[in-house]
Design a protein around this ligand. Structure first.
Ligand SMILES: Nc1ncnc2c1ncn2[C@@H]1O[C@H](COP(=O)(O)OP(=O)(O)OP(=O)(O)O)[C@@H](O)[C@H]1O
Length: 457
């Protein structure tokens, strides 16, 4: 059990972070013991180290259970008692028939990120604890046999970048839940118990109950394994980033080129680099399967090899290994929507009324009629890549492509490193950042970490 005297000293938990540069922090508070402890510890920490930083508590009412609105108001009352600003945000969108937990989670982070934006900050604090971390890695270890990709065993990172813009920071990852509850009991603070946390039809409550019956040793082992997996994941990410930096170029929009000697690089790092580049080129929702990427990597050493993986055509030739979005299953023509991500590859920004505009894939016929700049790539590949890029039309009249970083009739499309990076854990920042630089995507904001830690986010 963690022995830190957090009843008087939040320092050991918070010293990883540097919030002084932020105008405000948003604390995500459900009212449960973890997030309530987070709120009070953060308040103490800011009072001591950064009194100018505003603390705002936000509760998301998912409106999935009767009574959820009342609970949010209970959190409001606790915050009022402590003089902390508090907002309640309600998930009002349509609820899916299946996959409610995942949809609710995404909606919650979107609402929290929106609240952070309104407060002029890019940091959301959550109350994830060491117990949550142990549950996460043990659940993932249970599923690993099927997938064999050990990245997930690293668990949750201290900081995770959400949608490329907002940091989710987890100061309590080193604290045990019971220690936090002792802290609250000492302060005579009551917390709310969420019935979903003990509903054993869900995987996490089942794991939580199983762990509760065990001794602490299983949790300690899981945490040590997670720390070592995180170290390995970060190191592999840095090696992959180095390979991307030295071997990858972006000769023309939509086409990534790897120098031929990439095929001779150390397989573990090269396969990881390849998966990340496939994620960027194809825009698929997840990184490609590890085993399939290993098979492709083993074959790109052949002088002529062509395969499709994860919506991406991999075309290995004498001039290099080229990656581009395959022509199948591109989005149907539709009006551009503000902040939507087109085909998992371009985030749209729509300023004017775009009602009469249509966004559609360029298509091969149109790509063939356009000039191809002199590029370090075969013209046929440059055209095939261009055919998959978004074009803007108005009533059958072609207006232009969205690959240039300028607004066209109030619409622009900024490249993104791919949906796999929607929640980007700190361990993966290095390969994601170098990929962003390669394809012209926005670079990530500085993480809210103390200087000596930030370089290793
Ligand atoms: N309704 C809510 N309103 C505000 N914050 C919340 C809410 N629910 C959860 N959180 C935040 O998320 C943290 C984790 O909560 P919980 O473990 O219940 O969620 P989860 O969905 O398992 O987490 P994850 O974000 O890892 O998927 C909490 O400590 C709190 O900071």
């Amino acid at each position: 059990m963690l022995t830190t005297r957090i009843d008087t000293d939040p320092l050991p938990l918070f010293q990883t972070f540097d919030f002084a540069q932020r105008r405000a922090l948003v604390a995500a508070v459900s009212g449960g013991s973890d997030s309530l402890a987070l709120l009070l510890l953060t308040k103490d920490w800011l009072a001591r180290t950064a009194p100018d930083v505003r603390l705002v508590a936000v509760t998301v009412d998912h409106a999935l259970r009767p009574g959820s609105a009342g609970e949010a108001w209970q959190v409001a009352r606790i915050c009022a008692r402590h003089g902390i600003s508090h907002r309640i945000l309600r998930w009002t969108g349509p609820k899916p028939a299946t996959g409610i937990p995942a949809a609710g989670r995404l909606a919650r982070y979107r609402l929290l990120a929106e609240a952070a934006r309104l407060e002029g900050t890019d940091v959301i604090l959550t109350g994830h604890t060491a117990d949550d971390q142990a549950e996460t890695v043990l659940m993932r270890a249970g599923r690993l046999a099927e997938k064999q990709d050990a990245r997930g065993l690293a668990g949750m990172a201290t900081v995770t970048l959400f949608e490329g813009e907002t940091w989710i920071a987890r100061p309590l990852l080193g604290a045990r839940r019971e220690t936090l509850r002792d802290f609250l009991r000492n302060r005579h603070e009551d917390w709310l118990d969420d019935p979903t946390n003990v509903n054993e039809t869900f995987e996490r409550p089942r794991m939580r109950a199983a762990l509760g019956r065990d001794d602490d040793r299983r949790i300690a082992t899981a945490l040590a394994d997670a720390a070592s997996a995180a170290h390995n994941r970060r190191r592999l990410g840095e090696e992959a980033a180095a390979l991307i930096r030295t071997h990858a170029t972006y000769p023309c929009p939509g086409l990534i080129r790897l120098a031929p000697d990439f095929a001779k690089a150390a397989p573990d790092a090269a396969v990881y680099a390849l998966r990340i580049l496939l994620g960027a080129a194809g825009g698929a929702s997840h990184l490609p399967d590890l085993a399939r990427a290993q098979t492709v990597f083993a074959r790109i050493v052949e002088e002529r090899f062509c395969a499709t993986l994860s919506r991406t055509v991999i075309d290995a030739r004498k001039q290099g290994i080229f990656l581009r979005r395959e022509a199948r299953h591109l989005p149907a023509p539709a009006a551009p929507v503000e902040d939507a991500v087109w085909d998992g590859r371009f985030r749209l920004h729509v300023t004017g009324g775009a009602q009469d505009l249509t966004l559609a894939p360029t298509g091969m016929a149109a790509a063939k009629t356009q000039e191809i700049d002199a590029v370090a790539a075969p013209a046929s590949l440059a055209r095939a890549a261009r055919a998959t890029l978004p074009r803007l039309w108005r009533e059958g009249e072609y207006l232009g492509g969205l690959e240039a970083p300028v607004s066209l009739h109030g619409v622009s499309g900024a490249p993104v490193v791919g949906p796999w990076a929607l929640f980007l854990p700190g361990f993966d920042l290095a390969p994601a950042a170098v990929t962003a630089g390669l394809i012209g995507a926005k670079s990530h904001p500085p993480p809210p970490l103390a200087g000596h830690i930030a370089s290793k986010a």
